[in-house]
Design a protein around this ligand. Structure first.
Ligand code: A3P
Length: 309
């Protein structure tokens, strides 16, 4: 079953290979999105979830796949075999993604699934389809410190051949600071959900906390989702979602996407999975410029990020 689904998805992507290109970005309410997404924007905005659907929201590269796996395992009482039924993007569709045919869009995949569905989005809060708020769906947001998030995105934009050309590292830092990358400004993204979290059904998590104490964070997610699994199952979930195990798992390591789209020889999807890798990339001058700008952009909120300095 898993193999068949994977093959079908892979085949669809392979068939579309000739139309895959680094798509241009077009702004939607000030947020640059891939042109293919913008083409179906009205249907995305009109998406009507079930109240039981769960939304995982992140800025790209903040730990989305990791959180998707943890939640799928929680929903399946830690049954690792059940969570190998299909690759991540099939089990937990990407709400807004749209690509050349015959690749199914996120909306196509969701149409054929029964709630509760585990839905991924990178949309900033003000672009989340209003149905999620009207139905009071549970939203799990994961934020990652800006510098590591930026480094991870740089490698991803190099290997994901649908994303705009990242260009050299130095210029990329400035594009990130100006909010010019796909899905827009990291600063607005993390702030948007932070400012809404008390009023809405939002659990706000940090990648760094997941790394430091995964058990604690898995338990927080479990409670937020009104689930109850045994201590033994929590241990299993933590073990199954270590970086190494997810890197070795063909259902989570994005090997379901062929090299014509995700060229993992440039950089693996499961790249490093660490906190503080930015120290290997930023020069002292870049740190200074980035941190001065960071203070300005983040002065109106106090989000307890770690590993900035
Ligand atoms: P790096 O590029 O720093 O390695 P997303 O799923 O949002 O695209 O995020 C991908 C980032 O999360 C990558 O970061 C990836 O390695 C990391 N990641 C994925 N699974 C992980 C895990 N189980 N533990 C730690 N990091 C993980």
């Amino acid at each position: 079953m898993a193999e068949k689904e994977e093959l079908t998805y892979k085949e669809a992507i392979q068939e579309a290979s000739g139309s895959i290109t680094r798509f241009p970005l077009i702004p939607v309410k000030g947020v640059p999105l891939m042109s293919y997404i913008v083409e179906i924007w009205d249907s995305i905005w009109a998406f009507s979830p079930d109240p039981s659907d769960i939304l995982i929201a992140t800025y790209p590269k903040a730990g989305t796949t990791w959180t998707q796996e943890i939640i799928d395992l929680l929903l399946h009482n830690g049954d690792a075999a059940a969570c190998k039924r299909a690759p991540t993007p099939i089990r937990s569709p990407f709400l807004e993604i749209n690509s050349p045919p015959p690749i199914p869009s996120g909306l196509d995949l969701l149409k054929n699934m029964n709630p509760p569905r585990l839905i991924k989005t990178h949309l900033p809060f003000h672009l989340v389809p209003p149905g999620f708020l009207e139905k009071n769906c549970k939203i799990i947001y994961v934020a990652r410190n800006a510098k590591d998030n930026l480094v991870s995105y740089f490698y991803f934009d190099n290997m994901n051949l649908c994303q705009p050309e990242p260009g050299p590292w130095e210029g990329y830092i400035h594009k990130f600071m100006r909010g010019e990358l796909s899905w827009g400004s990291w600063y607005d993204h993390v702030k948007g959900y932070w400012l809404e979290k008390e009023k809405r059904n939002i659990l706000y998590l940090f990648y760094e906390d997941l790394k430091e104490n995964p058990r604690h964070e898995v338990e927080r997610i479990m409670r937020f989702l009104d689930l109850s699994v045994s201590d033994e199952v929590i241990d299993k979930i933590v073990e199954n979602t270590t970086f190494k195990n997810m890197k070795d798992n063909p259902m989570t390591n994005y090997s379901c996407i062929p090299p014509s789209v995700f060229d993992q020889s440039i950089s693996p999807f499961m790249r490093k999975g660490e906190v503080g890798d930015w120290k290997n990339h930023f020069t002292p001058e870049q740190i200074k410029i980035f941190e001065e700008d960071y203070e300005k952009q983040m002065k109106d909120v106090n989000i307890p990020f770690r590993s900035l300095i």
